[in-house]
Design a protein around this ligand. Structure first.
Ligand code: GH3
Ligand code: MG
Ligand code: MG
Length: 268
């Protein structure tokens, strides 16, 4: 295992098994040395340096026990405190790594991994409560032409703007949203009726279509297409995403800038 932990109080580099052994060896040597020196010093201070003097075994025994207890308590306290600090640093580092691995760097939304983890948990909770769920997939229309006309950086700016609209909706309506990849976003709504899901998706689409997005010197309008499905929470996340994706592609085929519900595909 490789670990590099650094903090205000603790700075330690342990990368290989050999480093672990060296680290442990050093600490054991320090503990033994301190114990030896302190025991000898205290005994000498108490008994004096006259090595031919008569001392009772009981006296030495009691002193040694007291000193050993005192030293081992303070040493183990200090070492436990230090390992506690290291463990705290490790826990913080782990949770920071987990947060980074679940977050999309550009938009700050969940990435695919973060969405899959959070949505799977939310689906399990919804299953227990027997409430319906809705999954939607949303894709920016003709995004490649934005990149082609204004450059990749401007395209990134559009992704950030669309993500901000999704975040707003997520905050207002308690929806789980994520950048699922490229110019595609995904969302999970729990405990919504078919009408509510439709309303949320339509609100997202119209908000996006009506928003002036600054691209360089210009203000541009960008549209999105959305596919969604409403189901009981028994369904697997991957299956719900597949169904929503099919609805999304139907929305693209039908001319983009629209919302399509998966059930309508069967009905059509
Ligand atoms: P459609 O309406 O059918 O969705 O067309 P589209 O142009 O939006 O879709 P297409 O799949 O043809 O192109 C998607 C583009 O998104 C291509 C890719 O270069 C771009 N893209 C993917 N990820 C990023 C990103 O992080 N930043 C930028 N700027 N562009 C990205
Ligand atoms: Mg697209
Ligand atoms: Mg796409």
């Amino acid at each position: 295992m490789s670990a590099a932990i650094s903090g205000r109080l603790v700075t330690i580099q342990i990368k290989t098994h050999r480093d672990v052994l060296r680290h442990t060896g050093k600490r054991v040597a320090i503990a033994a040395g301190v114990t030896l020196v302190m025991t000898a010093t205290t005994l000498l201070a108490h008994l004096g340096t006259d090595f031919s003097a008569t001392v009772s075994v009981g006296e030495i025994l009691i002193f040694s026990l007291c000193i050993a207890t005192l030293i081992s308590t303070s040493l183990s306290g200090a070492l436990s405190y230090r390992s506690g600090l290291l463990m705290r640093e490790l826990t913080l580092t782990r949770s920071e790594l987990s947060r980074i691995s679940q977050t999309d760097l550009l938009t700050g939304l969940f990435n695919r991994r973060g969405f899959d983890d959070a949505a799977t948990l939310a689906l399990t909770a919804a299953r227990k409560r027997s409430v319906p769920v809705s999954v939607f997939v949303c894709d920016i229309d003709h995004f490649k032409s934005i990149n082609d006309r204004y450059g990749h950086e401007a395209g990134d700016g559009v992704l950030v703007e669309v993500a901000a609209m999704l975040r707003e909706l997520a905050k207002q309506e308690g929806i789980l949203v994520a950048r699922y990849g490229g110019e595609e976003f995904a969302g999970l709504m729990v405990g919504v009726t078919r009408d509510q899901a439709e309303r949320h998706a339509e609100m997202l689409r119209t908000t996006c279509a009506a928003r002036d997005i600054p691209i360089g010197e210009k203000l541009e309008r960008v549209t999105i297409s959305i596919g969604y499905t409403v189901s009981c929470a028994d369904a697997e996340l991957a299956e719900l995403l597949r169904i929503a994706d099919r609805a999304l592609y139907a929305a693209k085929r039908r001319g983009r800038d629209r919302v399509v519900q998966a059930d309508d595909l069967v009905a059509a």
